[in-house]
Design a protein around this ligand. Structure first.
Ligand SMILES: [Zn+2]
Length: 338
């Protein structure tokens, strides 16, 4: 394989097709990006070379011989897989499975192939399975795939040497391929629900987004931490980047009389100077902390005032010193008058 053959999977698939089936016009390859190599698979150039060597080169003919045809379908209405067994131009057996909408086109093709091979294995005689998805066929021929269903397919093929996989051009009016296509489309709405274990990656993604939704819901609709919610309205795995003092100040969870009072650790919420001992009081009014005062914001601008502190390094330093003072001189400011 020359270097010029390196390209996107789709371009690559087209080139292989043109090489293997030169009498088919390029557009006839019918490769759709979502059907081609693969969300699941990444091939190295060497692996592709090896696989191409193994791709069986045989043109399909409607001969009436017994053969199996597979197809998968994914539309807005649903996702389906199907195969049919044809002999003498008639369907003698078929299977349709309706899949969860989360399955990709590629997975529907792979499932159809697996079901077809299982059916073929009970025939105990040589049989060809015709597939119109080149990417699926290439994946099946890749010895280093990690895809679990493809692994099962490979094991089945190894123990049933009389089953042969072949590629044929889609939408070329081959009877078997048209039947399988029709059955797969039908399966998207009418097939028996078929439950496949979901890919591990998909499950991880699913669990993570479900947990994220619960977290976001709790954060948006909770009753506590509302002032922190104003400053950090969105949940995120990325740390907000606050140091210990800033966390105490912006959440109010620190050695403030207001906080200690909430948890019945004090009988009232006032500083020993007499004012309400909450974070913004110390930052603007309490005369114990005069050295680190900020300008008092109007009520309507308080949120912006807090955000401004966070975006200014000098303000953050001043805030840290203020908090250290409050922690160190806690006896002074939270002296309980009772
Ligand atoms: Zn005070």
């Amino acid at each position: 394989m020359e270097n010029s053959e390196v390209g996107t999977p789709t371009e690559f698939g087209l080139k292989i097709l043109q090489k293997l089936y030169p009498n088919i016009a390029p557009r006839a390859a019918q490769i759709h990006p979502d059907q081609t190599l693969l969300e699941e698979e990444k091939f190295s150039q060497r692996e592709i070379d090896d696989i191409v060597k193994k791709l069986p080169n045989e043109n399909h003919r409607d001969s009436g011989a017994k053969a199996i045809y597979t197809d998968g379908s994914k539309t807005d209405e649903g996702t389906g897989s199907a195969y049919c067994l044809l002999e003498n131009y008639g369907i003698i057996a078929s299977w349709q499975g309706k899949l969860d909408h989360s399955y990709s086109c590629f997975q529907t093709e792979i499932l159809a192939i697996k079901m077809a091979i299982e059916a073929a294995s009970s025939l105990h005689r040589p049989i060809k399975i015709w597939i119109d998805s080149l990417s699926s066929l290439m994946t099946v021929l890749n010895p280093r795939t990690h895809h679990s269903i493809v692994r099962e397919i490979q094991t089945l093929l190894l123990s049933h040497k009389y089953i042969h996989l072949r590629w044929l051009k889609a939408h070329a009016c081959y009877l078997g391929n048209e039947c399988a296509d029709q059955l797969a489309k039908e399966a998207t709405t009418k097939g028996d629900p078929f439950f496949l274990p979901k890919p591990l990656l998909y499950l991880k993604f699913d669990i993570r987004s479900a947990a994220y939704c619960i977290w976001r819901d709790n954060w948006d609709n909770g009753e506590t931490g509302r002032s922190t919610h104003d400053i950090v309205p969105r949940v995120s795995n990325k740390p907000v980047g606050w140091n210990r003092e800033e966390k105490m100040f912006f959440t109010g969870h620190g050695p403030f009389p207001s906080y200690l009072h909430r948890f019945n650790l004090r009988t009232h919420e006032n500083c020993s100077c007499g004012g309400k001992g909450d974070p913004s009081y110390y930052a603007t009014k309490c005369w114990f902390a005069l050295s680190w005062h900020f300008q008092t914001p109007t009520a309507s601008l308080k949120l912006q005032w807090l955000k401004n502190i966070l975006t200014n390094n000098l303000s953050r330093t001043r805030l840290r010193l203020l908090m250290r003072f409050i922690c160190d001189e806690n006896n002074l400011i939270v002296e309980d008058n009772n």
